[in-house]
Design a protein around this ligand. Structure first.
Ligand code: XIL
Length: 367
């Protein structure tokens, strides 16, 4: 009996091996990757989620999904300037503090997003009258007070968000992107902001955060040049955030290249900071088309994109893997996709989608 069993096993070996990592789909491009068990918490880098504070307070399943699957959280809006800053020297830290308490209770790290972003400038500041020195003073006080408030509690900050234009330059004037700091202080505000954040908390890791690396060589070069320029000037910058609000029309090779190239050229830490993968970015799927079988097809396809992001992160040198943050928790919390769409890793019922398996494969399977 044992002999027969062994014969069957040996006869199966070539078949089993052919199901392994060298096997490719019929179009010869997408590798067939074995299914693996696991949790994102076990990854060799952090997985995080952007958190909406109201949902965190009111939805126990949302809360538990974060606790059960991540090692880091980011406030979706809780730590933006227009949330925190009520006026010069006046603050509302309640949402940020709630997030930090939640993180501490559950052993999660906190990534702060974002100190300065033209889009979330509070009205009082837009209307403020003052010269360049006055604005440097306001900026310094704001960064000192906020980073100081969270010293030792927020491990890393996006210091500056989105200052590269589509030509790959740091824009100084742009009609659609009124940036009060750029206008009043000039381009040097970027270096100053990093300097002030470092002075306020020398242990916090400091990031520049930007979108578009995966689809625009100009934007990628712009970030690359900015980071290198800051480093050359001795500015304390530790990493770069690639927002990666992406979709299944993008070539996965472009996504991989964006991650590995910026790591290779800048040598700083790389954070995929706002990941979501839209499956209907061209709006071809109408509400009336949506069926369970269609969702199965698009979810399985979406898995490939999530897997490639995870694999690219895993392929970086260990000290450059800052990890991957999803911009939301489940498909109903997304704020960036048009509907119908299912861009995140958990479905509307907080169940793991194939994307989750893809992420596990990205760091667990060699293919
Ligand atoms: C978005 C939030 O998700 C929305 O709730 C808010 O209304 C606008 O900002 N890039 C960023 C994020 O850096 O802060 C943005 O978040 C999404 C795009």
């Amino acid at each position: 009996m044992k002999f027969i069993y062994l014969c069957i096993m040996f006869a199966l070996v070539p078949f089993l091996v052919s199901c392994g990592q060298d096997e490719f789909n019929s179009d010869n491009s997408i590798p067939i990757v074995p299914t693996v068990e696991g949790n994102l918490k076990d990854a060799p880098f952090d997985f995080g989620m952007a958190v909406n504070i109201n949902t965190l307070k009111t939805n126990a399943t949302y809360r538990q999904t974060i606790i059960d699957n991540t090692t880091r959280v980011t406030g979706e809006n809780a730590m933006k300037m227009n949330t925190i800053s009520l006026g010069q020297g006046r603050y509302d830290f309640s949402d940020g503090d709630y997030l930090v308490d939640f993180a501490q209770q559950n052993g999660l790290k906190v990534h702060g997003h974002t100190l300065l972003w033209y889009k979330h400038t509070p009205d009082w500041l837009k209307n403020y009258q003052g010269d360049s020195a006055a604005f440097v003073g306001i900026m310094k006080q704001y960064i000192y007070d906020v980073v100081g408030h969270y010293k030792g509690k927020v491990a890393s900050w996006d210091v500056i968000n989105e200052v590269i234009n589509d030509k790959g330059e740091v824009y100084t004037t742009d009609g659609t992107k009124e940036n009060i700091w750029m206008k009043k202080i000039g381009i040097n505000y970027i270096a100053l902001a990093f300097q002030f954040a470092h002075e306020a908390d020398p242990d916090a890791l400091l990031f520049y955060n930007e979108y578009g690396h995966e689809y625009s060589a100009q934007r990628r070069m712009g970030v690359n040049n900015l980071v290198k320029d800051l480093k050359a000037k001795g500015v304390p910058i530790d990493g770069v955030g690639l927002q990666m609000h992406t979709n299944t029309l993008r070539a996965t090779s472009d996504i991989r290249n964006a991650i590995v190239m910026i790591a290779a050229s800048t040598k700083v830490k790389v954070h995929v900071s706002e990941l979501d993968v839209s499956v209907n970015s061209d709006s071809k799927i109408k509400d009336s088309d949506v069926t369970d079988s269609l969702k199965t097809v698009v979810f399985n396809n979406q898995q490939i994109w999530y897997r490639e992001v995870s694999k690219a992160m895993n392929d970086l040198p260990v000290d450059q893997r800052y990890g991957i943050t999803f911009w939301g928790v489940c498909d109903t919390n997304t704020s960036v996709a048009t509907k119908p769409d299912w861009p995140l890793v958990f479905d509307a019922n907080y169940q793991r989608k194939p994307a989750y398996q893809g992420l596990l494969q990205g760091f667990k399977v060699k293919y």
